[in-house]
Design a binder for this molecule. Structure first.
Ligand SMILES: NC(=O)c1ccc[n+]([C@@H]2O[C@H](COP(=O)([O-])OP(=O)(O)OC[C@H]3O[C@@H](n4cnc5c(N)ncnc54)[C@H](O)[C@@H]3O)[C@@H](O)[C@H]2O)c1
Length: 292
């Protein structure tokens, strides 16, 4: 459904409601007069959307895969761990959703290419991509080894960039797509008590890389945004001791650690037409941690 939503006389701006990015196509002129194209709740629906979530085997990725599926998308669950990818995909299928499991190591560019190709081979298109796979290593800065540095940066930065590149390869020709990179509030603040300079650096770089891709693809129908969680209760943080957790709670205005469910609404928003004019944004979801 194409709807004209305004503009100066003779200079229309048209929103194509079928397009998952919900991006408007400026035909001419610079002025837009807002007229809703769809009822507001319908703008959040992801029906007929095909999504990919990396690191979807557990933790945040699993929760985001479920959220996208509940909103109507078919979801490809990618993970370096085939078993957990299958487990999430099977959980989605058992709820009646369409899901696909793909094994891929995001640090290997040919595997990233094959991951995207597996989705388009199955479903013919890719509308939404959540680049969530990430790793952390605790180490004082003076003790970080080259191997540890490379391991963290390879997954968290190189992996996210090449996922963006390969996803854009199939989204740009269709002039439609929404890419969501999972960064962290660690892009802005230095976590305490845990030390991980390489992790913090990787996440700050993801935010800036996201803005750069967003700017380059803004007129090509592909939006790129970040979600930046605060401290979350996931397998990644499971081995943090009670003292560290207490520090996190004390330093969080809402006085609790987040859960993957706290991120689900933001992912659906950024994936959907409801965020049609949002690109290059870093949506921090941290219980207020970064305001102190
Ligand atoms: N847990 C937190 O407190 C927190 C806070 C801010 C940001 N984050 C970020 O959220 C994302 C998810 O974190 P989580 O807590 O769910 O972690 P997690 O360790 O529970 O899950 C990460 C998933 O990514 C997969 N993965 C790891 N390396 C991969 C690779 N090379 N290729 C493909 N998949 C790979 C793992 O197998 C796992 O399923 C990460 O990017 C993390 O940095 C987490």
């Amino acid at each position: 459904m194409l709807s004209e939503i305004g503009g100066t006389a003779g200079h229309a701006i048209v929103i194509d409601a079928r397009r998952p990015s919900g991006t408007g196509h400026r035909q001419d002129g610079n002025r837009v007069e807002y007229q809703p194209t769809m009822p507001i709740l319908d703008q959040f629906l992801l029906t007929n959307h095909r999504a990919l979530v990396t690191g979807g085997g557990r933790g945040i990725g699993r929760a985001l895969a479920l959220a996208l599926a509940e909103a109507g998308a078919d979801v490809a669950v990618a993970d370096i761990d085939q078993n957990t990818a299958e487990s999430t995909a099977e959980a989605l299928r058992s709820l009646g959703f369409n899901a696909l499991a793909v094994r891929a190591d995001v640090t290997k560019v040919p595997e990233v290419t094959a991951m995207v190709d597996a989705v388009t081979a199955e479903w013919g298109q890719l509308d939404i991509a959540v680049n969530n796979a990430g790793v952390a290593e605790m180490s004082d800065a003076e003790s970080i080894e080259e191997g540890g540095w490379n391991a963290v940066l390879d997954v968290n930065l190189k992996g996210v960039f090449f996922c963006c590149r390969e996803e854009a390869r199939v989204m740009l020709p269709r002039e439609s797509g929404s890419i969501i990179n999972v960064a962290s509030m660690s892009a802005q603040i230095v976590n305490r008590p845990q030390h991980h300079a390489h992790y913090n650096a990787s996440k700050a770089a993801v935010v800036q890389m996201t803005k750069t891709c967003a700017a380059e693809w803004a007129t090509h129908g592909v939006r790129v945004n970040c979600i930046s969680p605060g401290h979350m209760d996931t397998p990644m943080t499971a081995d943090m001791d009670d003292e560290a957790r207490a520090t996190w709670v004390t330093n969080t205005p809402m006085e609790r650690i987040g859960t993957p469910a706290d991120l689900q609404g933001a992912a659906v928003f950024l994936a959907s037409a409801a965020s049609a004019y949002v690109t290059g944004h870093d949506l921090v979801i941290d219980g207020g941690y970064t305001i102190w």
